[in-house]
Structures are given as structure tokens and as C-alpha cells.
Design a protein around this ligand. Structure first.
Ligand SMILES: Cc1cc2nc3c(=O)[nH]c(=O)nc-3n(C[C@H](O)[C@H](O)[C@H](O)COP(=O)(O)O)c2cc1C
Ligand code: SF4
Ligand code: SF4
Length: 274
């Protein structure tokens, strides 16, 4: 039986939803287990260049957002090479923007398993969509957070009772389905891969925050209007710029954003798996 003496909150987050849910689950588990707490944020490329190792006395709450119905593909090299589970217990957590988490949680659970972590619980929680301020607005809300605490507490109960077989069953399809493709009004795929945010020079005060927080390290700190590398549309720079100076003007991107806002206006469900 695993004796757990540390609970980790480990996450990638662009706009803060995943951080909020992962830390809520981890703190609830930690309170119940009365053990040490640690946080590890791998949102920056410099952090993803390093390996992280866990121990069989660790419980790791591990989260990513859902991108295109899956774990963000740019994270796969990191997730498959630099995470050493060493028999730790895990709780995969995803957040999604009120459309669907599709196979994101199952893919993350499978990655955990291959990395030597045993998933004993999981959660998929709604958060405001990265592309929007109306889709999933106000999420996670108090109900989502209560569900996250319930997940943390129930996972801790499993640890205390020794019921730590895994991997836990979660929603999704295995084999994992292809990435979700946005489509235009004629059902042609919309390709937003090369789309990058613009900067409004009248609003930008050159504080440099966007360059420091870009999850791809792609914004030039000497000239924040310049996105020199790839942009994954995480929207960290757009939503966290204190002056609201970053925006997208690409037609395909805006069409996709508005279509999502129209079609998925209903309340999406957060779900936990034990
Ligand atoms: C490129 C991209 C693709 C996304 N794809 C989906 C999706 O397939 N389904 C969905 O419901 N939300 C999707 N989202 C929304 C995010 O999953 C959601 O807003 C998430 O909570 C963001 O987490 P963060 O705040 O930790 O960055 C996508 C966001 C981005 C940036
Ligand atoms: S965070 Fe906003 S205000 Fe600050 S440098 Fe970037 S675009 Fe300009
Ligand atoms: S430039 Fe792209 S990848 Fe970088 S923070 Fe902005 S949206 Fe995210």
C-alpha cells in the first residue's frame, strides 16, 4: 500500500483555469491526508526543458487544458519524455471550454500510465474558453470548485483505504480519436495553425508581461509586437495583458470563435471519475 507524504499540483495553464482546478483538487486531497503540498507549473518552455521525477510516496494531480479534443499536441514531447512517475499515484485533470473534452482526459490518463504513474481518479472541468469571454463565462464556478474538492477528498479516501488500483476508467474513446477540426460554413476545415495575435500600439505600455508569460516563448521581449515562434492560441497574452492590447483579427479564427459561442452556449458539464 502506498504511504503518501506529498501531494503535487502539476499543470500547464494559459489563462488560469487548469491551475485553478488542479490546485483545488490537490489541496483538498492534501488536507485530508495531512501531508506536504507542492506546486509545479510547466507552462513555460524553460521548465519543460527539465525532467521531473516523482516517488511512490507522491500523489500527483496533473493537469492540462483540452485543445482540439485532446491533450495539447505541443506538450507531447515533454509529457512523454520528461515525466518520471516511479510508481507515484496520479489524478489526471483536464479543463475544457464548454464544447467537449472528447478524448483529452483519456489521453492524459494513458500518458500518466506509460510514465509509471497509477491514475486513481480523474476530472474534466469546464473553464471559460481561451478564445472567448462569453463561452463558459464564469466557469469554473462554485459548483465546479465543489466538484474538484470532492474529487480531491475521494481520492484521499482511496489512498487511506488502500484502494489504489488503476488506471481509473474515464470518459473518452480508446484508440484516441483524431484532433477536432473547426470548419467554415461550407464544412471546409479552418486552419488556424499559423494565426498569431496582433498588438494595438495605442494600448500597449510595453510592460513586457506577454513576452514573459508566452507559453511558447514566442514573443520577442525587445519588440512585443513580434511573435517570432509558433503560437498555440493559448491566449495567455490576450487575456492577461493588463491593457487588453493583444487581439486576433484573422477571419477564420474569428469565425470559429463566434461559431463555438453560438453552438455551445448551453451549460457544459464538469465530471469526475473514481
Ligand atoms: C487551441 C485551443 C483549442 C481548444 N480546444 C478545445 C476543445 O476542443 N474543446 C473545448 O471545450 N475547449 C477547447 N479549448 C478551450 C480550453 O480547453 C479551455 O478554455 C481551458 O480551460 C483553458 O485552460 P487554461 O485556462 O488553463 O489555459 C481550446 C483552447 C485552445 C487554446
Ligand atoms: S502585456 Fe500588453 S501592455 Fe504589456 S507589453 Fe504585452 S501587449 Fe504591451
Ligand atoms: S503568442 Fe500565442 S502562444 Fe504566446 S502567449 Fe500569446 S497566444 Fe499563447
Amino acid at each position: 500500500m502506498n504511504k503518501i507524504n506529498k501531494v503535487w499540483a502539476v499543470y500547464f495553464t494559459g489563462t488560469g483555469n487548469t491551475k485553478k482546478m488542479v490546485t483545488t483538487v490537490a489541496k483538498a486531497a492534501c488536507d485530508k491526508l495531512g501531508c506536504e503540498y507542492a506546486e509545479y507549473d510547466f507552462s513555460l518552455p524553460t521548465v519543460r526543458a527539465q525532467e521531473i521525477s516523482f516517488a511512490d510516496t507522491d500523489l500527483v494531480v496533473f493537469g492540462t487544458p483540452v485543445y482540439a479534443g485532446r491533450v495539447p499536441n505541443v506538450l507531447l514531447p515533454y509529457l512523454t519524455k520528461n515525466i518520471k512517475g516511479n510508481g507515484a499515484l496520479a489524478v489526471p485533470v483536464v479543463t475544457y471550454g464548454n464544447r467537449n473534452f472528447d478524448d483529452g482526459l483519456m489521453e492524459l490518463r494513458n500518458i500518466m500510465t506509460v510514465n509509471g504513474l497509477t491514475a486513481i481518479g480523474g476530472g474534466a472541468f469546464v473553464g471559460e474558453h481561451s478564445f472567448s469571454t462569453t463561452l463558459g463565462a464564469g466557469r469554473p464556478d462554485p459548483d465546479d470548485l465543489a466538484m474538484a474538492r470532492e474529487l480531491g477528498e475521494k481520492v484521499a479516501e482511496k489512498v487511506l483505504s488502500g484502494a489504489v488500483e488503476g488506471p481509473v476508467a474515464v470518459e473518452g474513446e480508446d484508440p484516441i480519436r483524431p484532433y477536432y477540426t473547426p470548419r467554415d460554413r461550407n464544412a471546409n476545415p479552418i486552419n488556424i495553425l499559423k494565426v498569431k495575435p496582433k498588438t494595438d500600439p495605442d494600448k500597449c505600455i510595453n510592460c513586457g508581461l506577454c513576452a514573459r508569460i508566452c507559453t511558447m516563448g514566442s514573443i520577442d521581449p525587445q519588440d512585443v509586437t513580434s511573435v517570432t515562434g509558433i503560437c498555440i492560441k493559448c491566449c495567455a497574452c490576450v487575456k492577461r495583458c493588463p491593457k487588453g492590447a493583444k487581439y486576433y483579427d484573422d477571419e477564420g479564427y474569428l469565425y470559429h470563435q463566434h461559431e463555438l459561442e453560438d453552438v455551445y452556449a448551453r451549460r457544459g458539464e464538469s465530471k469526475i471519475f473514481l
